[in-house]
Design a protein around this ligand. Sequence first.
Ligand code: PLP
Length: 355
Amino acid sequence: MSATETHSIRVEPTQQSRLSQVDFNNLKFGKYFSDHMLVAEYENGEWTDVSVVPFGDLTISPSMSALHYGQAIFEGIKAYKFEDGTVSIFRPEKNWERFNKSAARLEMPEVPEEIFIGGLKKLLQVDKNWVPNVEGTSLYIRPFMFGTEAALGVHPSATYKFIIITCPVGAYYNKPLKLKVETHYTRAAQGGVGFSKNAGNYALSLYPTRLANDEGFDQLIWTDAKEHKYIEEAGTANLVFRIGDTIITPHDDTILHGVTRRTIIELAQHWGYKAEQRHVSVQELIDGIKEGIVTDAFAAGTAATLTPISTIGFNGELYELPAVENREFSNKVLSYLNDLRYGKIEDPFGWNLIV
Ligand SMILES: *Cc1c(COP(=O)(O)O)cnc(C)c1O
């Protein structure tokens, strides 16, 4: 663990905690931020000035490169509080690895483990009282990095900021989703940046998603850029289906490789299910629904863990999926992950990082 134990992180505690101003029984996602944030600066080829400081506004130049050319990436992680007060972060090393893959693709510097994981542990030690302890609640963690150079030339920024902010979030009510298969707009193409968690991937999804919302859908199912034949993922979550006796999730470099999806596949294999990461065509899914062999379908991501899909819209037709209470696999995953994350059962895979 020595690589992540860092002694060089300066802590500047807040003069006035905002903890008492937050109603923990009424938490809107991503609205209430904890007292502190971790900030690190990259300049002259190295990370410097790693510190935990009071959460607050930043001063930036209007010519800051990220605002113009989009060198901006992020992660989403959750921490949970056990009944005995222990704070545990779920698989953050997977987010750290993915963060650095996103960074490499956008020609941004990597963030070393002692800053990403070590900084996160330090931040949560300082703000441990912000991790809510009611079952279903958690602390949402948002690490992000952006180019800060004040210059309009199109080139990689010479300077960057890495920041981690956190917010307590309430129990998520997973209303079943009505999703539309998108066959015109494209989220990501092969050779592009679909696998990276970069800010631009979300900006481009907003307009097609709003059009689908106007038609009564909650979200889109993106399909491949070339033929719009293969299922990719939903807006901010991966997709998992049970077709026949197999748990299937689409796979390509156009898809964000989610930690939740990976966790679910690993669990499925551990429990002896057949599990596959492969191309899934829209036709295979629609035929499966018609034949009645699609017995589970859900979106998987850190924010909501697992959200059942109730309806899929394709070419003007609606296809209904089985009742949520009859879905053996997803209900089993949900209750297992819940118990594991709140420390109620053993952690045989070493997924909980104790702060
Ligand atoms: C973050 C994200 C996911 C889910 O990833 P997790 O690591 O499971 O949270 C899926 N798709 C997209 C586009 C995402 O941004």
